[in-house]
Design a protein around this ligand. Structure first.
Ligand code: GDP
Ligand code: IMO
Ligand code: MG
Length: 422
């Protein structure tokens, strides 16, 4: 069986931390979608490390890590990730395998991302500018380059014809994008050489065999359900299926082989980039969440927008993913608020609704809040569920009742050890 771990909000829920915490119970950790737009932070033994493409099980001796076919890989960023891991002596070549079917992000994909965003002006998506959208467009347009192509001598011809096409497209946008393609290509080729030192596999076959041998597999998602290309706040989304179905296509795992679906959410909500966010706060409370939660993007450093927990959106994500276990992150950040608000419905076109309307824009959706008592205790030293303050337990109980799924982990700090199992 394959268990899934997915973000239920707009990303940055703390997936990296929890995958790292859970890896001791698994033989294989496999990323199934997204690319270096992701930034997954791990903290342990005084080390803080951010991963972008490499799965978050990489620091554990016991686990094999797989970059699955659904992922898009930028060899330039990938090489940097490998270089940054060198000091840890992890013997990467024996424990990190790459799917031949994963698509490659070309330098021109990044340029196209920038050109597209510039052309959109105020309507821009707020992309991480890592070339994600253009690469998935080439994938579905059946023009993409895949990791397996690098095993053939003619890969540079393939590269050239695709890059030439991209240059024409960049010119079409007619925006001021400065670049030196030769320089970018040299860097790209260096990245390819680094990538080629790793083992390329038919990852679906590897996973079939592992399952047949009783291995335990955890599929690691990137981004969050509200950034899903189909079910997110389109067009302010990413270009892959971040939801549970994405693990089936992104690894070649049949639906019947999915075991537990671990859904991870922050005790409040954040979003980075543009797009609707009904519970967004522009007041002191929002600033406090941002400051205490250190809410800056792990990939781009941009400040994250903050707001109260949106239960309407969370319920939707729980249903779409079939979440069996919930994990609530950053509970420590809410310590000190006199009261905690939870959005349980919206007022939309003058009526109360309990689902996500098709078009959330501007102020057409107004959150309806339920208020619970806050708590003031510092949670960051707590290690057991029976230490949690009664008001936090009441918050958890309220959420479990509404979501009809148990909250199995409460995270009270960024470190591996600041994790309470219930
Ligand atoms: P991911 O993309 O889902 O892996 O999440 P990110 O790493 O982008 O963002 C989560 C941030 O919150 C990181 O800086 C983590 O170190 C931090 N973090 C994770 N869990 C907790 C927690 O329980 N409390 C606090 N204060 N920080 C946390
Ligand atoms: P992790 O895995 C938060 C957001 C971007 C932008 C939109 C589209 O760390 O949770 P893209 O670069 O994909 O074209 O950007 O999606 N976004 C993320 N936000 N966490 C992420 O990943 C994100 N990956 C993309 O900010 O709004
Ligand atoms: Mg992140």
């Amino acid at each position: 069986m394959v268990d899934l771990l997915l973000g239920l909000q707009w990303g940055d829920e703390g997936k990296g931390k929890i995958v790292d915490v859970l890896t001791k119970d698994y033989d294989i950790i496999a990323r199934f979608q997204g690319g270096p737009n992701a930034g997954h932070t791990l903290e342990f033994n005084g080390i803080k490390h951010v991963l972008h493409t490499i799965p978050s099980g990489i620091f554990h001796k016991n686990a094999i890590n797989i970059v699955g076919n659904g992922v898009v890989i930028d060899p330039v960023i990938f090489k940097k990730e490998l270089d940054n891991l060198e000091k840890f002596n992890l013997d990467i070549a024996t424990k990190l395998f790459i799917s031949r079917k994963a698509h490659l992000i070309l330098p021109t994909h990044r340029l196209l991302d920038a050109a597209s965003e510039t052309a959109k002006g105020k309507a821009k998506i707020g992309s991480t500018l890592k070339g994600i959208g253009p690469t998935y467009m080439d994938k579905t347009g059946r023009n993409g380059m895949r990791v397996g192509d690098l095993e053939f001598d003619n890969w540079k011809d393939k590269y050239r014809s695709l890059a030439n096409k991209h240059e024409g497209m960049i010119a079409y946008y007619n925006v001021d994008i400065q670049y030196d393609l030769k320089e970018l290509e040299d860097e790209f080729c260096e990245g390819i050489e680094a990538l080629k030192k790793l083992k390329f596999i038919d990852s679906e076959q590897y996973i079939f065999d592992a399952m047949a041998n009783g291995k335990k597999i955890l599929a690691e998602g990137a981004q969050g359900s509200l950034l899903d290309i189909d079910f997110g706040t389109y067009p302010f989304v990413t270009s892959s299926n971040t939801t549970a179905a994405g693990a089936c296509t992104g690894l070649g795992v049949a639906p019947g082989k999915i075991g537990r679906v671990l859904g991870i959410f922050k005790a409040y909500t954040t979003r980075v980039g543009s797009g609707p966010f009904p519970t967004e706060l522009f007041d002191n409370d929002g600033q406090t969440m941002g400051r205490v939660g250190n809410e800056f993007g792990a990939t781009t450093g941009r400040p994250r927008r903050c707001g109260w927990l949106d239960l309407v959106a969370l319920k939707y994500a729980v249903r779409i993913n079939g979440v069996t276990d919930l994990m609530m992150m950053k509970a420590d950040v809410l310590s000190g608020f006199e009261s905690i608000k939870i959005c349980t419905a919206y007022t939309y076109k003058g009526k109360k609704v309990e689902h996500l309307p098709y078009n959330i824009e501007g102020n057409n959706v107004v959150p309806v809040y339920t208020e619970l008592k806050g708590w003031s205790q510092d949670l960051t030293e707590m290690t057991k569920a029976n230490e949690l303050p009664p008001a936090l337990n009441a918050y958890i109980a309220f959420l479990e009742k509404q979501l009809e799924v148990p909250i199995k982990i409460v995270s009270v700090g960024p470190d591996r050890l600041q994790t309470i199992h219930r």
